[in-house]
Design a binder for this molecule. Structure first.
Ligand SMILES: C[S@@+](CC[C@H](N)C(=O)[O-])C[C@H]1O[C@@H](n2cnc3c(N)ncnc32)[C@H](O)[C@@H]1O
Length: 426
């Protein structure tokens, strides 16, 4: 952990500021709002819902807003998603039957067998049978804090007591009146999964003092602090098989009941990787339906925006998968393109604004293609991407090599390109 500087963002969720990077971890408009707008709204549900088991890769998990928003969304929209899923399956069954009618002339047995398979899977109780999230961040303490971070806080004071108020305020604009909330049950899920799969995180000696610090109290979900203390008692007594039943009686009757209900509905697993994301993806043999890329800005953390990193992400993404990120820079997009991805915009209707980039293998998944101007920019100097051939160079070395490549390039600059377009009346 570099340092813990929490503050309330515009939507009443907690944001962090990093002095080392002089960067905020979360958007000024609200940490949770950003997660929904950039990582959940652009998901192509028509494609995702056709899967029973899904794999999600959350790169730069931080305090977990993107994973939590996903879980919260499917929890809150279960009925809607289920209906959509069953319609999609019915449609694909109809399409399939139309096709098989023709096919039966030649391959009667096979098509008959396939039709039976389809009808068996049409009526399911769940949007997904299994959701597996692999979450990567090189900061263990953020994982430890992630289940406890408050959202939906109204009437928060204007962060008057934070240390670097001035540094943070320059990023904020407080117009948002929306106070989205992550349900406690989702935080509870995350806490239990961390306790089950990576208990050493909760034992980290720096986590408990933050949770117990009176200064941070207003940022922390107090119910879950109690659960955490209970879990730690079990962990330190050497018995990892903590007793949910006791937790229920002591702290969380409502949450526990909902949890059990939810558990029956969804099989959820969280695999935590505390490492440089490059090391994790090098070794990873999974295939992902969704990849969330939420690294610090490219100029501050270039190692997670290189052509070579995207090439590896391409290899571990399903053919109908989606990579989502907030960056729309030409440099990032050309690296993605070079790595084999098809690129589109993330468009937000509420704001009538492009908010980032979606990268896919299948062009038909793109709803908002790049404009001619955006495509043209990829071939200017602004489109020269970072490289990191062995996925192990330092940020400084990546930036230095990139600078030399830009200086030696005879491409036109982005401003020259835009001027030419303007002169041609485009
Ligand atoms: C913009 S924040 C991500 C915010 C996060 N998605 C959330 O919901 O809180 C960037 C994160 O990248 C992590 N990070 C920085 N360099 C990294 C690296 N090389 N590998 C993995 N994580 C890294 C930081 O610890 C930080 O949590």
């Amino acid at each position: 952990m570099r340092e813990f500087q929490p503050y309330f963002t515009n939507d009443g969720s907690v944001g962090l500021y990093s002095q080392d990077y002089d960067d905020i971890y979360h958007s000024a408009s609200g940490a949770l709002t950003e997660a929904y707008e950039k990582f959940i709204c652009p998901i192509n549900w028509d494609v995702l819902l056709l899967h029973e088991d899904i794999n999600i890769l959350d790169i730069c998990y931080g305090i977990g807003y993107n994973t939590k928003s996903f879980l919260n969304y499917i929890f809150e929209n279960k009925k809607k998603l289920l209906k959509k899923k069953n319609n999609l399956k019915k449609n694909s069954k109809n399409n399939f039957e139309k096709k098989t009618n023709i096919e039966t002339i030649h391959t009667n047995n096979i098509s008959k067998e396939k039709t039976v398979n389809y009808s068996e899977t049409i009526y399911t109780n769940n949007a997904f049978n299994k959701i597996s999230v692999t979450a990567i961040d090189n900061d263990e303490i953020l994982f430890g804090l992630s289940p406890f971070i408050k959202t939906g806080v109204r009437n928060f004071k204007n962060n008057s007591d934070i240390i670097n108020k001035h540094d943070i305020d320059k990023y904020l604009n407080r117009k948002n009146k929306n106070f989205p909330k992550i349900k406690n049950i989702i935080n509870f899920q995350i806490l239990l999964k961390i306790a089950q799969n990576s208990p050493k995180i909760l034992r980290n000696p720096l986590v408990a003092p933050i949770l117990d610090n009176r200064e941070y109290k207003k940022f922390i979900v107090s119910d879950l602090r109690g659960v955490n203390k209970y879990l730690l008692t079990y962990l330190s007594s050497g018995s990892f098989l903590f007793n949910l039943h006791n937790i229920y009686y002591r702290y969380l009757s409502y949450c526990y009941k909902t949890y059990l209900k939810w558990y029956k509905i969804q099989d959820f697993n969280l695999t935590v990787k505390i490492d440089d994301a490059r090391n994790v993806v090098k070794e990873d043999r999974n295939l992902y339906n969704l990849i969330f890329l939420d690294a610090f800005t490219p100029s501050k953390c270039p190692c997670l925006w290189t052509y070579d990193f995207f090439k590896r992400l391409y290899e571990i993404m399903e053919d109908d998968g989606m990579l989502l990120t907030y960056s729309s820079s030409a440099q990032i997009r050309s690296a993605m393109k070079e790595a084999g991805f098809e690129i589109g915009n993330i468009y937000n209707e509420r704001l009538n604004k492009y908010l980032g980039t979606v990268a896919v293998k299948n062009n038909s998944l793109i709803n908002y293609p790049l404009s001619d101007a955006q495509l043209g920019l990829l071939n200017t100097k602004a489109g020269i991407f970072y490289r990191d051939e062995n996925l192990n160079a330092s940020n400084e070395a990546i930036i230095a090599a990139h600078k030399i490549e830009v200086e030696n390039s005879n491409r036109i600059s982005s401003s020259q390109y835009l001027k030419i377009r303007r002169n041609n009346g485009l």
